[in-house]
Design a protein around this ligand. Structure first.
Ligand SMILES: [Zn+2]
Length: 291
């Protein structure tokens, strides 16, 4: 069923778990992630990122995502991940997305607040949830598919969100979810992940009714993720580790096959692996309250 992100987050706050927010840029991922949500009983946000426009345009992806969400027995919201342009985000509104990340984190604080406020004032009366970002999220994607440059990862603390700025942002922007920077990386880690859990707690204490999001979940050990959930994180973007999981298995199938390999069989194998990886992730997000 199609459920708003705001509704899901309220339940996550009450029961101390996190909503997984997973990109589904193809039908294999879409089916696998939704099936994993159904089998674990966990609500999930399925995402279309603006950077995935070259993989599948939003006009094609979102109607399909909405259809799958409505037919599912699991609680699913359809979300835009990292919408950088106002016009793109408005297109997502018209297509029926239930929540949208309007990412203006590249701007100075004041302009970030103004832009997000402008968007919130338009979409809040429609019941659409808004996610914003404050503080830079360093980037280390495993390939150049997303067209983003790799960041200098020698000292992640230079990217961290200032809790005082987060407080001002939450008071004035009107966003539902604020994603902050405290040690995660988009893509794969260069070294051992080390999240600043105290920073999350501080931001949570200053954020009022705004829920806290975390991006770059892939590669972060589950015990650190669970500590982040207990400290206040209730929406976690987790994609790279799921998306890269099938490749080694598919390569093995191709290399070991003595006959031409049928793509449908590879697709089914990929779907099974994405499903299994997603189930692991959803269970880890569910069990935070038990740590
Ligand atoms: Zn992100």
């Amino acid at each position: 069923m199609l459920v708003s992100l705001q509704e899901m987050l309220q339940e996550a706050e009450r029961n101390n778990f996190a909503i997984a927010s997973i990109n589904t840029p193809n039908q294999i991922s879409l089916r696998a992630v939704i099936e994993a949500a159904e089998d674990t009983g966990m609500p999930v946000t399925i995402n279309h990122a603006q950077t995935e426009e070259s993989v599948v345009p939003i006009e094609i992806a979102v109607p399909l995502m909405l259809d799958y969400a409505r037919k599912s027995t699991a609680a699913i919201s359809v979300h835009v991940d990292h919408g950088f342009d106002f016009d793109h985000c408005m297109k997502a509104v018209r297509l029926g997305c239930t929540s949208i990340m309007y990412d203006c984190s590249r701007f100075p604080l004041e302009k970030n607040i103004e832009e997000v406020r402008r968007f919130v004032d338009i979409v809040k009366p429609l019941g659409i949830g808004v996610e914003a970002e404050l503080g830079a999220m360093p980037n280390n994607m495993p390939s150049d598919v997303h067209g983003q440059e790799t960041s200098d990862l020698s000292d992640l603390s230079v990217y961290f969100t200032d809790p005082k700025e987060a407080e001002v942002f939450c008071e004035r922007s009107g966003c539902d979810v604020l994603t902050t920077s405290f040690g995660t990386v988009h893509g794969v880690y260069a070294g051992e992940p080390n999240l600043d859990i105290e920073r999350i707690k501080k931001i949570k204490s200053l954020a009022g009714d705004v829920h806290l999001g975390m991006h770059g979940g892939s590669g972060t050990p589950f015990d650190q993720i669970q500590a982040a959930i207990s400290a206040g994180i209730k929406k976690i973007n987790y994609f790279t580790a799921i998306d890269t999981a099938p490749a080694p298995y598919l390569m093995k199938t191709i290399q070991e096959s003595k006959n031409p390999v049928n793509f449908c069989n590879l697709a089914n194998q990929a779907m099974e692996i994405i499903y299994e990886r997603t189930v692991e992730v959803l269970n880890a997000f569910k069990n935070a309250s038990h740590t």
